[in-house]
Design a protein around this ligand. Structure first.
Ligand code: ARG
Length: 585
């Protein structure tokens, strides 16, 4: 559906064309939400610029615009203020019709794109034999939300898990396990990820201190590259082991991903080197094959190369990413490539993109973006660590959120003298706990660091998942209490907007489309969180000020429609963030 702003724009475009013809072509309408609700809902600030351009007083321009404006069905008579602002106040009748229209729409007025694209989103990307850490958690949560949003808008999204499943670390890990735990290389499930991570650490230590070990490990990598059967089998077992552990987290968080790890691109790497050589972009520098692109310098201000092939013939993280860029564009047909990783990788991606561009591998109609995010900090403001100073295991972090939610819930049930089944308690604890973790992450502007605090994310007040879920539950409470069948409210019922609280809520409900569309562009899911937070607040105000079940008809049904529309908006909006609602909590 067209948003209110879009509808107004159409009317203003017509008025401008009628009033000024060609001379107003391309002028910015400067149609924005009113700076102060006292002035109305929207304002058009174009008369000042246009006045300058046409050499006429802006207030006169503003009157000419209004004379040509056919808008009586949408707004009260526009008013001119100050030097030539045009203030617009939406008519309740218009708002009522708009609310009815989105209430009748299963998409709640959210437009489907006219230009669907294939979008490749690269997110999560944990590494084999290493623990998935909070950085991967952020990538997973943010990437999944972006995927859900773009899918809902109508794009064809590939959710790619670029896991670290290739490289020299396997040589040292396999060599080490051959000596200390050979059965792990031949039997499935001989280890769990915790052991694997510990072995990895020990292997790394040997690698750094023991020359013979180092050499054997190197040969093992060569065997892996060459496809030697026993090494391949060992490698595959290790990958499966990690994969199973990652899957536990993905299942818990309801994340869908298609694995296409680094190893997938291995056969495509020589062609990257060949093509860069042919293009004359590859330069030898200290024995390594590199590409230099303008604008990248090291600390000393010297040109910083992107290393494509190391002296020993090995390839780099960046080489794989170049192959992946080509694959996603050529084979997948992606028109938008999105990479969700921590901001620490911003330079890596900027350089990879620049090289790909220089090589002519990114066509005009393809957009390629890094979507960076900040760090997760502990309550001490430093990088999140366990009390003993180790990296926090994701599984532990999520379990803790569920346990804490359960404690809060049980306290609340006791205080309210409510009896609930064990199933109910388990289900609510899990849903609320995991939602709280996701929401706490998504509600921050992703570029900034945020402090991980169970107390804050589980609070019932504020911009938190529980607050939002409560607003939803509130509506379900009304449904049960009044035995309301929201799907079959009187079909002829009208939405009536009389009190301020109703108008404020209705206007907010009508902005959902715009917010979701905007996030499809800027990939900032926190804007949806902010929108839903304000929606919950406005709904709670409405609910305090306007009786619903006790109201007389036709107000009662109208208010029920507002309640239901709020609940559906919350459900859809939270769903776009990968968060489920509850009927009771
Ligand atoms: N495995 C990487 C890491 O743990 C993330 C992969 C990101 N994606 C990519 N195409 N480089 O940091």
């Amino acid at each position: 559906m067209k948003s209110i702003a879009q509808q107004l724009k159409t009317r203003f475009d017509k008025a401008f064309a009628a009033a000024f013809g060609e001379s107003a072509a391309g002028i910015d309408l400067m149609l924005v939400p009113a700076s102060n609700p006292q002035f109305g809902d929207f304002q058009c600030n174009a008369a000042m610029n246009l006045g300058k351009k046409l050499g006429k007083p802006p207030r006169a321009i503003a009157s000419t615009i209004i004379e040509n404006l056919d808008i009586a069905d949408i707004c009260e008579t526009p008013a001119i203020a100050g030097p030539g602002f045009i203030n617009l106040k939406l008519k309740p009748a218009y708002l009522e019709a708009q609310v009815s229209a989105i209430a009748a729409d299963s998409r709640l007025g959210i437009s489907q794109t006219q230009t669907p694209q294939r979008v490749a989103i690269d997110f999560s990307g944990p590494n084999i034999a290493k623990e998935m850490h909070v950085g991967h958690l952020r990538s997973t949560i943010i990437g999944d939300a972006i995927a859900r949003i773009l899918e809902f808008i109508g794009h064809d999204v590939l959710r790619i898990n670029h896991i670290g499943d290739w490289g020299t670390q396997f040589g040292m890990l396999i060599t080490y396990l051959r000596s200390v735990h050979p059965e792990a290389l031949t039997t499935a499930n001989a280890l769990d990820l915790g052991d694997l991570v510990a072995f990895y650490r020990q292997a790394k230590q040997r690698f750094d201190t023991d020359e013979t070990f180092k050499e054997t490990a190197r040969q093992e990598v060569v065997k892996l590259q060459a496809g030697a059967e026993d090494t391949r089998r060992a490698w595959k077992l290790l990958c499966d082991q990690s994969r199973r552990e990652f899957q536990v987290i993905y299942d818990l968080l309801d994340i869908q991903l298609t694995e296409r790890g680094e190893s997938f691109y291995n056969p495509l790497l020589p062609a990257v080197v060949e093509d860069l050589t042919e293009l004359g972009l590859l330069v030898e520098s200290d024995g390594a094959k590199c590409v230099f692109v303008d604008g990248f310098t090291n600390f000393e201000g010297e040109p910083l190369p992107l290393i494509i092939q190391k002296t020993d013939g090995g390839y780099n993280y960046a080489t794989t990413d170049l192959a992946a860029v080509r694959y996603r564009i050529k084979e997948d047909g992606a028109k938008r490539l999105i990479y969700v990783t921590d901001s620490g990788q911003a330079n890596h991606f900027a350089q990879v993109f620049a090289v790909a561009r220089k090589a002519g591998w990114i066509p005009e109609d393809v957009e390629i973006v890094h979507v960076p995010f900040g760090l997760v900090l502990g309550e001490d403001g430093k990088k999140l660590k366990t009390r003993s100073g180790e990296t926090v295991r994701l599984q532990d972090l999520l379990d803790e959120a569920i346990v804490r939610t359960r404690q809060d819930l049980e306290t609340r049930l006791a205080a309210e003298e409510r009896e609930e089944t064990a199933d109910f308690i388990a289900n609510v604890s899990q849903t609320v706990g995991l939602s709280a973790v996701k929401y706490a992450d998504l509600s921050q502007n992703r570029a900034s660091n945020y402090v991980f605090s169970y107390d804050k994310m589980l609070a019932l007040q504020g911009n938190t998942a529980p607050y939002m879920l409560y607003a939803y539950v509130r509506v379900q409470g009304i449904r049960r209490k009044g035995e309301i069948d929201f799907d079959n409210l009187d079909a002829g019922a009208k939405v009536i907007l009389q009190s301020d609280a109703e108008l404020v809520l209705a206007k907010h409900l009508l902005q959902f489309n715009e917010v979701v569309s905007a996030v499809g562009g800027d990939l900032l899911p926190n804007r949806i969180c902010q929108y839903l937070f304000e929606l919950s607040q406005k709904f709670n105000q409405f609910f305090e000020q306007c009786p619903v079940l006790k109201a007389e008809e036709p107000l009662r049904t109208s208010r029920l429609i507002l309640c239901d529309l709020t609940a559906r908006t919350l459900k859809l909006g939270l769903g776009l963030l990968g968060i489920q609602v509850l009927e009771r909590m």
